[in-house]
Design a protein around this ligand. Structure first.
Ligand code: NAI
Ligand code: MG
Length: 495
């Protein structure tokens, strides 16, 4: 079968839930169309789950914790993750085509991930499986000086994990949750975004093919308000790992209070990029532009608030406008496309409303009008200059290709940092300077989960990624993410 035939066959398949290893429509056969945002055509449909389906999936996940999965040796879990990585590499083209069809991201971007970050992420966590260890502690319990104790800790899987994921980088974000959860020995109920359900399904299928036992990876498709909310409230879910909007993050925290489940949140951002006068403009201009426009701005770590020293401001803006104008926007399957469409008509309208708002608020639109022929939810990048800290386009996450520029003068870095940190978010950030002391000192002042110097948002499996303040709770990737799927038991032995 050709790749094209295989993709058509997959799209035409029934897309439903996987509960305890069985693919099923569950309690309801209501479906939602899946749209290709580049063509506005319906390419598939997905079955919408119910609370009863969530209950069944949680039961299956609970049962699987004590099944064969629970008795596997650490090296056996590692082997499964390594096979999972190999399968992703082998099916990279297929996976990426499906991601591009349902999400609209350029195929080249998706391929970079399915042949790079994704398998490496699984291999990284495969390596951790055999290194999950506790400690021995020279404890001296109070008031029992005459007795002899040995205390040791062991690390156990946290239990049943609900993963609720968004549509903006659906393959990556699902895997960022599955990989550490499986490495830790947890079981999972995944609810992918309803706009991009098929990539989540494919990862569950590949996980099973790699040897994940039945019931360990469950999938319930459906709406956030129904399936997502049921998972967040569920009394038998031990942990929620969520990526999405700050607003829904807050509602998940409220819902999780019922059984005090553990919560990891990866939420919105409005990340700063601070360019000092001595920065290499040749580097900084195209990188800063793409830090904002990457994924057509639908990217939580996007650099959307640019602060430029006044001496280079005009040159910098002219450079940004040049980059924005030259970016190839269009068919995401074309190899030279840099920007695809936004995810939906709703998201496009939201972004267009913000662009109109920026003009009303008094920002200057530096990029000329650029219309892109439909169909498809395309929006051309916009650079706003003369931005002020209190403008809504500067304060709110737009999730579209809109870059706001502010200028700063020589002077006190503390005052500059106060403006840079004047945001409810704290996800990412970058500092641009040829002077290492300036760069390091200013990086220290930025209140964000990660800061890059002469780069923006360098993501890797080894590096913790997550937000301060209202950008989230906890970190993904790196060792910290593994820790978030483990719990510690201290065992005290009276000798
Ligand atoms: P959203 O936060 O509503 O959706 C993310 C996930 O949460 C989806 O799987 C959705 O079904 C689920 N969900 C929705 N309501 C839920 C609820 N009550 N309980 C549990 N789960 C629920 O994001 P949406 O509406 O698609 O996008 C709106 C804005 O959110 C974007 O414009 C952007 O600003 C932000 N966003 C940020 C993301 C990030 O990576 N940090 C990703 C997606 C959106
Ligand atoms: Mg929403």
């Amino acid at each position: 079968m050709s790749m094209q035939d295989a993709i058509s066959a997959f799209l035409g398949q029934r897309h439903n839930h996987c509960i305890g290893g069985v693919w099923t429509d569950g309690e309801s056969a209501t479906t939602l169309p899946v749209e290709n945002p580049a063509t506005e055509q319906t390419i598939a449909s997905v079955v919408l789950g119910t609370r009863a389906d969530v209950d069944a999936a949680v039961v299956a996940a609970r049962r699987a914790l004590s099944g064969p999965w629970g008795t596997l040796k650490a090296y056996q879990r590692a082997r499964i993750l390594l096979r999972f990585a190999d399968l992703i590499e082998q099916r990279a083209e297929f996976l990426s085509n499906v991601e591009t069809l349902e999400n609209g991201m350029p195929l080249s971007l998706s391929m970079a991930s399915t042949t790079g970050l994704m398998p490496e992420l699984l291999r990284y966590y495969a390596g951790w499986c055999t290194k999950i260890t506790g400690e021995t502690i020279p404890a001296a319990p109070a008031g029992r000086e005459t007795e002899d104790f040995l205390v040791y800790t062991q690390r156990e899987p946290i239990g049943v994990v609900a993963a609720i994921t968004p549509w903006n980088a659906p393959l990556n974000i699902v895997l960022m949750k599955l990989a550490p959860a499986l490495a830790a020995g947890c079981t999972v109920v995944l609810k992918p975004a309803e706009l991009t359900p098929m990539t989540g399904e494919l990862l569950v299928r590949l996980g099973h093919e790699a040897g994940v036992p039945e019931g360990v990876l469950n999938l319930v498709q459906g709406l956030g308000s129904e399936v997502g909310a049921a998972l967040a409230e569920h009394p038998d879910v031990d942990k929620i790992s969520f990526t999405g909007s700050t607003e829904i993050g807050r509602s998940i925290v409220r819902a999780a209070a019922g059984n005090l489940k553990k919560v990891t949140l990866e939420l919105g951002g409005k990340s700063p990029m601070v360019v000092f006068a001595d920065a290499s403009l040749e580097d900084a201009i195209p990188t800063a532009a793409m830090a904002c426009f990457f994924l057509t701005g639908q990217n939580c770590m996007a650099g959307t608030r640019l602060f430029v020293h006044e001496s280079i401001h005009d040159q910098f803006v002219a450079g940004l406008v040049g980059v924005a104008q030259a970016l190839k926007i269009g068919d995401p399957l074309a190899p030279d496309t840099v920007l695809g469409p936004l995810i939906s008509a709703k998201q496009r309208q939201r972004v267009l409303d913000y662009i109109a708002l920026g003009e009303r608020e008094g920002a200057t639109r530096a990029t000329p009008e650029r219309n892109i022929d439909g169909p498809g939810h395309f929006v051309a990048p916009v650079v706003f200059t003369d931005c002020q800290p209190d403008m809504r386009v500067v304060r709110e996450e737009i999730f579209g290709p809109v870059l706001t520029v502010q200028r700063f003068a020589d002077g006190d870095h503390e005052a500059l940092a106060a403006v840079v940190n004047d945001t409810i978010f704290g996800l990412s950030g970058s500092v641009w300077s040829r002077d290492i002391s300036t760069a390091l000192a200013f990086a220290r002042r930025i209140d964000s989960g990660q800061v890059a110097i002469n780069a923006h948002a360098a993501v890797s499996p080894e590096t913790p990624f997550g937000g301060n303040r209202q950008s989230g709770w906890g970190r993904e990737m790196g060792r910290e993410s593994l820790d978030a799927y483990l719990k510690t038991k201290a065992v005290s032995v009276r000798l």
